[in-house]
Design a protein around this ligand. Structure first.
Ligand SMILES: Cc1ncc(C[n+]2csc(CCOP(=O)(O)OP(=O)(O)O)c2C)c(N)n1
Ligand SMILES: [Mg+2]
Length: 198
């Protein structure tokens, strides 16, 4: 089902409550989730709604021509911050996982990066875990995926991947912030080494 921009969590709430046996997820960009849909995501997480959020953070409004998003890094050039984002003018980039980690509602919160094969495998595990939480009725799960936008970052695809690993992860650390039935603060990006395959 297509929801109005930013309203995915509100629509998913209705669908999941009416059809509790359905597997429900939203797929949202950072402009969608962290800007226009900020209220919806915070309240759905706070209510512990039993669905899964796949949050694609590429630090820009990509589809609409690369405007600055709430997640745009300080100094990052976008079509609406051509000299680079400044905190004085536009505030600081918002860390969504950390923000939602202050709430009681969520069952699973993780940030992963779609860069190297090990990190992509780690992301796959987090996505699986978030869906398992939903199937077990544990409540709200969100997996943030740091993703490239070579076009609006003005980079080639490989440079863009390196930019995530070299720069973006400094501001957006890769971690499992919340895994309610299991350990708290399990490091993401290293889940394979943690041997949680069993
Ligand atoms: C209610 C509403 N407002 C604005 C838009 C225009 N719009 C389409 S995509 C988009 C933002 C895309 O940015 P993001 O969510 O970060 O996704 P990306 O393209 O970067 O993957 C906007 C504002 C819309 N479709 N609906
Ligand atoms: Mg985006």
């Amino acid at each position: 089902m297509q929801a109005a921009h930013g309203r995915g969590p509100a629509v998913a709430t209705g669908i999941k409550r009416v059809h509790p046996d359905s597997v429900v997820f939203t797929y949202q960009g950072d402009g969608d989730l962290a800007s226009i849909g900020m209220a919806e995501i915070v309240h759905a997480a706070s209510r512990g709604e039993n669905f899964t959020v796949i949050f694609i953070n590429n630090a820009v409004f990509g589809m609409t021509q690369g405007q600055m998003a709430p997640t745009t890094l300080i100094g990052q050039k976008t079509t609406t911050s051509p000299r680079g984002r400044t905190a004085a003018e536009a505030g600081w980039p918002i860390r969504i996982c950390e923000l939602l980690d202050t709430l009681e509602g969520p069952a699973y919160i993780a940030r992963e990066a779609l860069t190297t094969p090990p990190r992509i495998r780690s992301a796959k595990k987090s996505i699986r875990r978030a869906f398992e939480a939903q199937l077990a009725g544990e409540g709200f799960g969100i997996v943030e995926l740091l993703s490239t936008c070579p076009t609006w970052w003005g980079m080639d695809p490989l440079e863009a991947i390196r930019h995530i690993d070299d720069t973006m992860v400094e501001h957006y650390p890769l971690r499992v912030f919340r895994d309610r039935p299991a350990a708290h603060d399990r490091p993401a990006g290293q889940q394979e080494e943690a041997g949680s395959d069993a």
